[in-house]
Design a protein around this ligand. Structure first.
Ligand code: NAG
Ligand code: NAG
Ligand code: NAG
Length: 319
């Protein structure tokens, strides 16, 4: 997509979202364009799902998560004690989803699966960016998107063993930034390649641009960590079929395995630990707030990763 078109889309989205504030629910179905490719139906749905794809034929993200609901999920983004006041907002999230909706993010399997996937994704985001531990009112679940970066990094997160592929730029620090915080030069490098942004030289872009920060997080959700392993998206929506090793390792499709992919043995295979329970709690809370209901999350075997063996045990490179 050219720069000009991107600007046009931003203008249309802004107008549409402001409009959506006034009308109750956004309906893009009058902007549905359908065609057949090799006997299969593909669609474009307005600005929200703008590439021909089978995933653009159903409802799109802004049609089932509006600005009011987003504010309900993240009520303290701009509270005086929040650490990223003025940074995160609904518009930057929705703009970020435009790139991934045609690939199935939030658009796979119909409205309910779309809502479940958004709640799961945001459950990770909320738990990783919450500052509501300890004294804050409402508990951690009311304080998602409170941070956009690590406040007191203890190191530069420069791994010199990647000096030929993703060498650290002098002066750049690769501490945690974003919606699913990115750490280390090699992760900034790889995500930068994927998003065509020079994050290795400019990791600070992630703490300056919320759309980019959300795009990076959705990219991490949509992309397997390693060959032969599922992405969080595929594991969650049921595209992934576990192999024998997965089954022996108690890895089954669902929310639990997304924690396994993202955090490995920091969170999973440790029994019923707080770190894992906090992430699950965010997911369940968002399901309730979105009107889906936590009972849709399924039983403990799919929700938890307490008994799962990690895909990538720590000690083996990159996490
Ligand atoms: C569209 O929605 C229907 C019904 O909810 C669902 O069965 C179908 O899989 C969805 N299409 C795609 C591409 O996910
Ligand atoms: C923020 O990032 C998005 C996505 O890459 C880009 O389209 C937009 O132009 C950026 N905004 C600014 C102010 O640089
Ligand atoms: C099976 O899983 C274990 C633990 O997750 C892993 O260390 C091992 O490499 C896997 N083996 C294969 C063949 O995938």
């Amino acid at each position: 997509m050219g720069r000009h078109w991107r600007l046009v889309i931003v203008a249309i989205v802004t107008t549409a979202l402001l409009g959506a504030n006034l009308s109750a629910a956004l309906d893009l179905t009058d902007q549905l364009v359908t065609k057949e490719v090799k006997g299969k139906k593909v669609c474009k749905m307005g600005w929200a799902c703008p590439e021909f794809s089978k995933f653009c034929c159903n409802q799109t993200i802004p049609e089932f998560l509006d600005v009011d609901q987003f504010q309900q999920l993240f009520p303290n983004i701009n509270a005086p004690t929040a650490h990223a006041v003025g940074f995160w907002d609904y518009q930057s999230f929705v703009l970020a989803t435009i790139k991934y909706a045609p690939l199935g993010f939030g658009t796979t399997g119909g409205k309910l699966m779309g809502q479940l996937e958004l709640a799961a994704f945001l459950g990770h985001v909320g738990s990783q960016t919450s500052c509501g531990y300890g004294v804050a009112t409402g508990g951690p679940t009311a304080w998602g998107l409170c941070y956009n970066k690590e406040l007191s990094p203890s190191q530069k997160y420069c791994d010199d063993s990647y000096k030929y592929t993703y060498p650290c730029t002098p002066g750049a620090d690769y501490y945690g930034r974003g919606a699913l915080p990115i750490y280390w030069n090699y992760n900034y490098g790889q995500i930068g390649d994927a998003l065509q942004e020079n994050l290795l030289d400019h990791p600070e872009y992630i703490e300056q641009n919320a759309t980019l920060a959300f795009q990076a997080a959705i990219y991490s959700w949509m992309t397997p960590k390693k060959k032969g392993q599922p992405s969080c998206h595929d594991a969650f929506v049921g595209n992934w079929k576990p192999n024998k090793n997965d089954t022996l390792s108690k890895r089954v499709p669902g929310f639990g395995v997304t924690m396994n992919i993202l955090y490995g043995d920091r969170t999973c295979g440790q029994g019923d630990v707080d770190d894992m329970n906090t992430i699950i709690t965010h997911y369940l809370y968002y399901l309730d707030e979105m009107g889906v209901g936590r009972e849709r999350a399924g039983p403990a075997e799919v929700l938890s990763c307490a008994e799962q063996k990690p895909f990538n045990p720590s000690g083996s490179a990159s996490s």
